[in-house]
Every structure is written in structure tokens, then in C-alpha cells.
Design a protein around this ligand. Sequence first.
Ligand code: MN
Length: 602
Amino acid sequence: MFLKLSGLRIKIHRKHTLLQVFLICVILISIYQLHTRRNGVQETQSKADNGGRVEWRDWHDYVAIARDAEREGIGEQGRPAALPSGYDKEVVAASWQVYGFNALLSEQISVERAVPDFRHSRCLSMTYYKVLPKTSIIIVHRNEHPSVLQRTLHSLWNRTPHELLHELILVDDFSTSPPFEASLEQKLLTKFGTKLKILKLSVHQGLIRARVAGARLATGEALVFLDAHVEATHNWLPPLLQPIVDNPQASTTPNIDIIDYDTFEYIEGTPARGGFDWNFVYVELPLLPEEQAALPAPHNNPVMNGGLFAIGAKFFWHLGAYDEALEVWGGEQFELSFKIWMCGGRLLEVPCSRFGHLYRDGKFAVKYTNGTDDYQGKNFKRVALVWLDEYQDVLYKYNPELVQIDVGDVSKRRALRERLQCKPFKWFLDTIAPDLVRKYPPFAPPNYASGAIQSVAAPQLCLDLMQLPVENPIGVLRPCSSNLKNPIDSQNWQLTFHRHLQQEKDYCLEVQSNEPNAFIWLWLCHYEGGNQFWYYDHQSQLLMQGEPWTERRCLEANVNSRRLYMNICDSSNVNMKWNFGLVNQSLLDNFFEGLQANEEMK
Ligand code: MN
């Protein structure tokens, strides 16, 4: 008997006992598992299949790519477009109100337009397994503009290998103005044949339940969920499927490009990791340095950006799909992302797969539903009750209105978590998104110092923000508030646990030059230390900017002009001495503790 696996060729004699054969098999399987685990998401690594051989394929459709390259016209190649003259302004404005984008312009742009290829150059030569799972694409729409929905469908039809496209399931969530007239629907059905399945819900279910309804209909091995206002790019599907073949408990998200709501320009988006703040607002986190260096290899994605992802059908149902008690939309991407990570899976963003997403104009809150209750608050609380453990208190701390909301029975979802033996939420935060915790600390540590910053040279004067607009140099001394510990807002500073000097959330004092008499600026916090790193030495009373291993500068008052500048620190210069209204001395004594560790984790 011969076994051939991963280049090993081992002869097993008949006289060996069954136990020995069994042991050798265990060892070989272990070696194989180690091998595949190590190479799990590296697209170019080999993978042993049943025969010890794997076949690779260049999945590019060069005919379609060449055909697209030829296309010319309004909005073609993703170029910015404008409405031809002659449109009634009021009609244009009314259409914006309804859709939140330039819908009349969309009608002028071909539903089969070409878009630019923003992929990393290495994606162009990547091959993927010859055998990939048959895929069901599920798209929910409700009152979507017909041209936008058609562009979604045609881009998929033209840029998806038909042998992998098992079906395209279009779920109409009870549109009040159906996007297709009967004749157009017939045309689409004729073009896409039996691969297009149209499910019309007879009751408005909301995006989340409508997606699950679409998934129930699906018979493909892999499911791809998409929004109804996207444009697929060439070769988007194989890179999303490959990691799922390597690890059936992986789910993948594409790199998202931006379709401009005004010009329909197709704009390059950057690879990102998804996260959230403690209001459950989706935020983007930068790639870790090693992920950045490994591009375009897939990288861990803590939280998916809403609607676009691929997942094995079995794994989706194993995870209990979406919580169908979630209403309309919002929070469902957190629920699914937490589940994927905490219950044994993995979520990856795949930069070689790209989709354009039409972001609506935020000025017009397009309503997906007519309901008026706080369905997002309810969803957030449901997700928190099941998945957040002790961290649900953090959500309540920032959103006390959630405490009162009735979210119904969550016992079935908790039982699901129990049954799947999912890890604690703390594990998810610590392991998958440690930078999220640093940026949005759940239990914000106290400030090092706070209150007024009073000049020692001129004790009647304090550092005042004086309501200067942000992104301007600041530097004004004004008469101090009578209460230095709790002064008026414009004099109420905090030296935070981030080692920021700030007042308003998100805006930090920073220094932009090493020149003498450099200005101080109020700038968006970047959480990278450096020019936004501040330290108050309560012994010398100096207020220093910069990490201790850099050439630090100190805040200096010009008490005559009442201006403020940064200069080389000099503890004998009384103009550089300051009193802080409130100082946490013991915290300040340990100010630099753990700083190096934080640096390493960045
Ligand atoms: Mn969307």
C-alpha cells in the first residue's frame, strides 16, 4: 500500500498492525493540517486535494475585458458624467429627494458600462482553483431605481463566470414602486434565463428577513449577498471563493470602491478593516503593518461593511443565518461578523475582488421603511444582549436610551451561542481588533489632568480655545475662569489616556513644525502619538509635546501679546510653566508605563 501526500511517499507493509497504520494516518493528517493551516489564505500556495493534485485556472474573461475596454460614451470607464442640458431643475431636485443620488443621470449611463480596474497589479496574474463552489447571489431591493438595479444585474452577468453562477436571486421586499415594468422583467428573464430567480415578498420584511428569505431559496454551495446598487468588476468572484474552499468556516468581503452619487464616477477605495464605536457606528480601521506589506493577500476583517460578502451556505445556516427578529436594517453586519469570529470562523477582506458601491447623498435620508420606531436601537440592543457579554454596559453607557427599549425574547439566540460554544466577546476584541479597543476604549480610563491650564508667569491668564474654527492655529491667553478645576468650556482641557491634549471629542492639539515659535493647531485626532503626544510634568510644570525619545517642545506663553508658541524646553523659563486645574498625580507618575508595548502593537 502506498500513500502519497504532500510529496511524501510511504510504503506500509501488510505485516504492520492496524494500530500502526492508524498512527501513521494520524501523523500524516496532522502534517497535512499544519501545512494547510499555515497556507490557509495565501492564494498562491498549493493545496492538496483528494488526489494529491490541485488544478489551477486563470479565471479572467479576456473577451469580456477586451469588450469593456472598447466602450465609449457617457459615464463609460467610470468617468465622471453630468446631466445633458435641458433638464428641468425641479424635476432633477425632486428625483434627488427620492433616491439620494443623481437618478436622471443614471438613466443616461449604459446599464452595461465599463468601470476601471483598480486591482493591485499582482491580482492580474493570480490563478485560483479550477474547481470552485457553485454560487447563489442574493440581492434584496426595495424601491431601487430601475437603472441602478439593472446596472447591478448586468455587471454581475457580464463579469461572473457563468459556470460558477448557480443562480441570481432577486428579492423584492414589497416595493411600493416596483422597479421593472412587466416587459422589462420579461426581457431580463429572457437574457438571464433560468439563472435569474425573482422572489416578490407580499409583505414588507426589511432587508434582514428578506435576505434570509432569499437564502432559503438558494441551492448553491456558496452564498454571495450584495446590495442592489453596486457594480461588479472583472474577476471578482474566484478570489472571494478560494478562501472559503481553503477554510469552509471563512467568510469573505470584497474591497469596496465608491460610485459618486452626483457624477457616477467610479472612484478607487482603499483596503480597510471594519470596526465599530460604542454607538455601534461602523468605522474603518487601518490595515495592520504586516497586512499592508502583504497586499494584495487577504487580511483579517473584524467587521464587515454591511451588505457585500460571500459565505459557504452550510456555514451560514450553521451560524443561524441572521437573527430574523432584527428589523429593517442595521446591526445585522455586527451580529454576523461577531458570530463568524466568535464561533470558530474567520472573516477576510480580499483586495483582489472589487465592487463599486453607490453611496447615497447623506443630506437625503432615504427611508427604507415607513416605520417610525427606533428599529436600529432595538437591533443594536438585541445584538448586544446576545453577543456583547459585559460590554453591553458600554453600549448602554453611551446610549442610555437603549436601556428602556423592549427587544423581545432573545433566548433562542442565546441558546444558539451556547450550542455553537462561541468564544467570549472579550476574546474577539483582544484578539481580532486590539486596535479598536485602543482607539475606542470601552471603559475609558481617567484623564491624567483636566481643567484650566493656567500660566505661572501670568496667573490671571489661561489657555483658551476661544471657539476658533478647527484646523486653524490656536494660541490665545484669556482671563481665567474663576473655577480652575471646572472652568468654562473653552478653558476646560483634558490630558487624556491617549496622551492627547484636547477638549472636544475627536479634535486634538498638535504641533506641525520644529521651527522656533511654532504654532499649535487643533486637528482631527489621529491616535498615532507623535505630533499629538502631550505630557505634563507636574514637577517642572512644563507642558511638553512629543514622545520622550524625540526632541520635545514645550508650550510657551507670550504674556504681552497673549499668544502661545512651541519652543525648546527650558525648565528655568517661567513662561513655559503651567498649572493644570486638576492633576491625577499617581497616574502622571506612571505616564510612560506601557508606552513601549503600545508602540509595538501598532
Ligand atoms: Mn448599500
